[in-house]
Design a protein around this ligand. Structure first.
Ligand code: DAH
Length: 342
């Protein structure tokens, strides 16, 4: 028996090294492992094996069969990967050298606004941070002075994963990690995609972008906050803007504000754009709450800071006159391609 099995194994190995295509591999499989293949032929010899050797014979043939199956599987995977590779190569050869007849692409309007803000803030010494979209309860709420069952959570219902993680509702979710990463003093902005459980309409989306800013140092005051916001917004809108602060409540600020700018369309007289109030609500902000600093490992007796959560999506709507927020996620290229050269 040993001669015969060794022969079959050798033959299998020899043929396996010669296969070139997926079809070759399949033929090899049928030849050896098929219903009438060499292994099954070998197995049929079992009846002639003396009783005391039957068990070991069966085990040996089975183990050869398993090895062959494994080799066939590996060879098939290799062939499939090579086929994909070849296809990519062929299409690359074709595409890259061909002149394109369609127009070249453009940046999404939110990307444009984001990049502009990143330029402005990095020129003022802020680092730009990237952060996760899936966060945990601590990052999004607890570390921001929003304990479980706090009513502020109602406005920020979101999508939860089975493991308790959630899609972040606000870029503020990165504040704690950034404080721990850099320690004071620090200046950082962190743009990001946020999610909330919202019924969508022209001004509500379940997926939108914010840009958070955080500055922590000794003696930071509300005047610093106003200065940075005014500089940044004047730059974005390409003209001097007038800002005002109104009280606002956010558990992670003390005090907290809503920052408005004087309406750029009517200059403050009142028009449909500003709902006749002369002002546009633009950016919630505030002085970082001492509990939030403490949680981030920063001593609130020694350091203070401000933070803001600019609605990038909203800013893009204002800057480009986009009336329906749903346009941004619509994938409608006719609308989304228009802003690159402005
Ligand atoms: N995270 C808040 C929101 O999405 C906005 C916000 C308010 C951010 C005040 C801040 C802040 O950093 O200081 O509603």
């Amino acid at each position: 028996m040993s001669d015969k099995t060794d022969e079959i194994i050798e033959e299998f190995k020899r043929k396996l090294t010669g296969v070139k295509t997926g079809e070759d591999v399949e033929n090899l499989r049928v030849e050896f492992l098929g219903r009438k293949g060499k292994i099954s032929e070998l197995m049929s010899g079992l009846k002639n094996v003396p009783k005391e050797n039957k068990k070991s014979f069966g085990q040996r043939v089975n183990s050869i069969k398993n090895d062959m199956e494994e080799s066939i599987r590996t060879a098939k995977e290799k062939m499939a990967a090579e086929a994909v590779e070849a296809e990519i190569k062929a299409s690359e050869d074709y595409d890259v050298t061909m002149p394109k007849s369609i127009e070249t692409g453009s940046y999404h309007p939110i990307t444009l606004v984001q990049r502009e803000l990143e330029d402005i803030f990095s020129s003022m010494g802020f680092t730009i941070e990237d952060y996760k979209e899936v966060v945990d309860d601590y990052e999004c709420f607890e570390s921001l002075n929003i304990p479980k069952y706090h009513p502020a959570r109602d406005m920020q219902d979101t999508y939860y994963l089975d493991n308790g993680q959630l899609l972040k509702t606000q870029t503020s979710a990165a504040q704690n990690a950034i404080m721990k990463k850099y320690g004071p003093p620090l200046r950082a902005i962190f743009p990001g995609r946020c999610f909330r459980n919202e019924a969508t309409d022209a001004s509500h989306e379940n997926t939108f972008f914010q840009m958070e800013g955080l500055m922590i140092d000794k003696d930071i005051s509300i005047s610093n906050l106003i200065y940075f916001m005014k500089t940044m917004l004047s730059e974005v809108f390409g003209q001097e803007v007038t800002v005002r602060l109104r009280p606002g409540f956010f558990p992670f600020t003390e005090p907290g504000f809503e920052l408005d700018i004087k309406c750029l369309i009517c200059g403050g007289k009142g028009c449909p754009s500003c709902k006749n109030s002369g002002w546009l609500e633009l950016c919630p902000c505030g002085m970082v709450h001492p509990n939030v600093l403490k949680e981030g490992g920063i001593d609130p007796e020694e350091y203070t800071g401000f933070a803001f959560g600019l609605g990038l999506t909203r800013l893009a709507m204002m800057k480009y006159g986009v009336k329906d927020i749903r346009t941004f996620n619509s994938g409608k290229l006719q609308a989304l391609c228009q802003f690159n050269d402005r």
